[in-house]
Ligand binder design. Sequence first.
Ligand code: MOS
Length: 736
Amino acid sequence: MKIVGAPINRTDGWAKVSGSARYSAEHQVAGLTCAWLVTSTIPSGRIKRVDTQEADKVPGLLLVITHENVLQLPKETKAGKLSPPIGRVLSLLQDAEVHYNNQPVAVVVAETLEAAREAASLLRIEYETAPARLNFEQAKQQVHPPEKVLTEKPDTRRGDLQAGLLSGSTSIDLTYRTPVEHHNPIEPHATIAAWEGEQLTLYDSTQYMKGVQKTVAATLGIEPEKLTVLCPYVGGGFGCKGSVWSHVVLAAMAAKMVDRPVKLVLDRPQMFGPVGQRPVTEQRMRHAAMHDGRLTASSHDTVAYTSMIEDWIEPCGLVTRMMYEVPNQETSHRLARMHLGTPTFMRAPGEASGSFALESSMDELAYELGIDPLQLRLQNYTERDPGKDLPYSSKSLRECYERGAERFGWSRRNPAPRSMREGDTLVGWGMATATYPTNRSQGKASATLHPDGRAVFRSSTQDLGTGTYTVMTQIAADALGVPVDRVEFELGNSQLPEAPVSGGSTTVASVGPAVQAAGHALRLKLAGIAIADEGSPLFGLLADEIDVHDGELFVRAEPSKREAMAAIVARHGGEPVEVEASADPGDTSEHYSMHAFGAVFVEVHVDELLGEVRVPRVVGVYGVGKLMNAKTGHSQLMGGIVGGLGMALFEETVFDLRNGRAVNGNLAEYHVPVNADIGHIEVEVVEEDDPHVNPLGAKGIGEIGITGVAAAVANAVYHATGKRIRSLPITLDKLL
Ligand code: MOS
């Protein structure tokens, strides 16, 4: 069996289940102190006075840091706005302004966590409050366009929307709504900062160590080389750890001020505000179609909230730009300012929320037309990205629809709402299209062969719990030609060869090719050493006459002539042989539109009397290029679907309209699916060969799993009940 793609167990599995894997807050640092973040209790205004009198009496207290005594940052980085969107507008206590509730306003450092927390509770902060915009309905009366939507324009137009809307025989004009959601990784944000003279070490739970290194260095005004970021394990990210937020820099500043290492872990309620969230979106969808279902026009207009201090837009319209063949189309994105924390990337930002609107509206259109919802998608299928006017690098969506429909039994569906029931339970079947762009950045990796035959590959990438350690080990073993158990993959250290953010589903596509290139380069270098060595059976041959198998180089035409790689290194003075490689995306995106696609089918059971929705069955079929590991890959797609069920049925952060504080800012009341909520999930990945995306042929799978799910559930709920829920989450009160 081939190594790449094999369903091997996680190479970090043992470390995780035995507890020897250290997460950011668990590292042992001599002389460590504990910090507690203090956050604002008003949404808007300024701090008039901080009374530390009571706090100062707590035994073990080292320092209370407020805007009055904080380290002054270089003027140009005061707000911490650097290389957005990774570098964000931060709250680093440089002034007394309050822009949202739960904004960092002080840091308390003490010998113990208990002392820090107690002192923090005794701080008396007096505010001068100002009016706050906390109601989205009011805020959206005044909007502005964002500068960009990721790398795209906020607005697009092709053809003539008005003419297209008029030329259809049927049209719809509907508005969908998604709420604020929070990422809630089980491991909260956590940072340990330790200075040694001018050198700073940060243990930080992050999706992007190099981003932390660059952003924190620039904010503090030090050379990036003076800063090392370590992050061997991450207990989940979902996007909130893709940016550097205030607490990371505050930990470094606090450590400098107390001249001791400082540990700062966010309390769970502090995960609801200062570290990003999915914004409220309101999405107006218009479609018009001819009798046969062919679209004549569609538009997708998004309004989302952003904070008072920064623009961040949920890119909802991008999915509509590329999904269906439609000659006349407009999309737009607008922002409404509110006194809430800045929104950010969360689990397929844009595609998850945008596909809820697009794929719900396609279902509604199908009912208006009296066409099967799957048939409507096929009527508007396109082999070319109509927005970019480029061919897709590969697209197996037709096969995904077919396989999914077959596995699910879609043909047995009676399309009439409320037509399927089991006793008091209404049964509904719905489907939706899934998609996520195939992103890629430059990645670098090194490969070293030791004289004992061990190969060590390194890159400064991250493993969010997604399987990076495992799949990189497989790619490395395959490229070098050694068994997997002889390869170690090291990540989680910013001093290793540079890797991009583990966001946008890019890690395998970016770092994988670099690891592969490093493996090939190391193999060539070892062959070169053998060829030049009179003592080697491979002496004097040409490199392309040599092949590799199971850790040995051999002559292809005469396989008995062979030598173990380890022996070559041993004779080469016993010094490890090392190479470094870089892999670049090149200009492929100028020639192809690159996306993963899928089809998701859902069965819901709705209690007719109570309105409770259960999801006994989901089938998701995806075309994602090559899977690097069948086991971790299927798990990741399944996890995405579970996230989608959370979005569909449970997740919503509710803010107190009086003060802008999240009222369910904890894991008890911010509901995510638990085991009992999850029925049978079937994931299938179709064979797909894509030579364009990268040398591995792998499309990212981190985010596509969540996309389409919320719409498929909403569509199934309509089929079950006859009620169209256009506002997530679909809670029982909306069905009664
Ligand atoms: Mo993902 S939301 O791009 O970390």
